[in-house]
Write a protein that binds this ligand. Structure first.
Ligand SMILES: [Zn+2]
Length: 203
């Protein structure tokens, strides 16, 4: 089951993947995520996954870690940025410092294990160079790569329009092959395959 937790303010959406393990994708940027989890009766989280290192997705990692004592998984190239809160995290756009979580696991070290919990990771660079998307059950969690009605920015540090185009077409192929019709984006509403038509208007 995928449960969407709305982001407040500039916080990203958060998604709870509930199955063999309980995994929180992108805790967002403030303590309200803790209230949302409480509302949903969540008493345990096994892992945090960040779709990328941006501040609005990752700066509440440490709050979740404190509460649930769980590690944070992020694509290998993004690890150093999350640890340092450097310009790639765009924390300065939000006028804040990023407090990193203490335990960070590079994705490559745990990717096989994640398959056992029903997650398949797709590398979808373009918004940042280590952006990932996740296939889970009937859905595709796309971070800031693909939204219901558009695509993420490619002009921020490590972004690339060429990579973003390739990533969108990878996602479209996967969605078609697997008959996936639910897009769970990093911001805004849940979308469907129409998202790919909208995406092409921007690329
Ligand atoms: Zn982002």
């Amino acid at each position: 089951m995928i449960i969407k937790l709305n982001g407040y303010g500039y916080s990203s959406n958060s998604y709870l993947l509930v199955g063999k393990k309980t995994i929180l994708v992108d805790p967002g940027a403030n303590h309200l995520i803790l209230e949302e989890l409480k509302k949903n009766g969540i008493k345990n989280i096994d892992f945090i996954i960040n779709t990328h290192c941006h501040f609005d997705h990752s700066s509440a990692d440490h709050l979740i870690e404190e509460e649930f004592n769980c590690p944070t998984i992020i694509e290998d190239k993004e690890v150093k940025h999350l640890k340092s809160g450097d310009k790639v995290t765009v924390s300065s756009l939000f006028g804040a410092n990023l407090i990193p979580p203490e335990e960070i696991i590079p994705l490559s070290e745990i990717e096989e294990e994640l398959k056992n919990y029903g997650l398949e990771i797709l590398r979808t660079p373009g918004h940042t160079y280590g952006s990932i998307s996740i296939i889970y059950e009937d859905g595709l969690i796309t971070g800031d790569t693909l939204f219901a009605y558009g695509v993420g920015r490619w002009d921020l540090p490590t972004g690339s329009l060429i990579d973003l185009r390739k990533s969108i077409s990878l996602l479209e192929n996967v969605a078609n092959e697997r008959n996936i019709n639910k897009i769970y984006p990093g911001h805004g509403e849940i979308g469907d395959k129409m998202a790919f038509n909208y995406a092409k208007l921007f690329l």
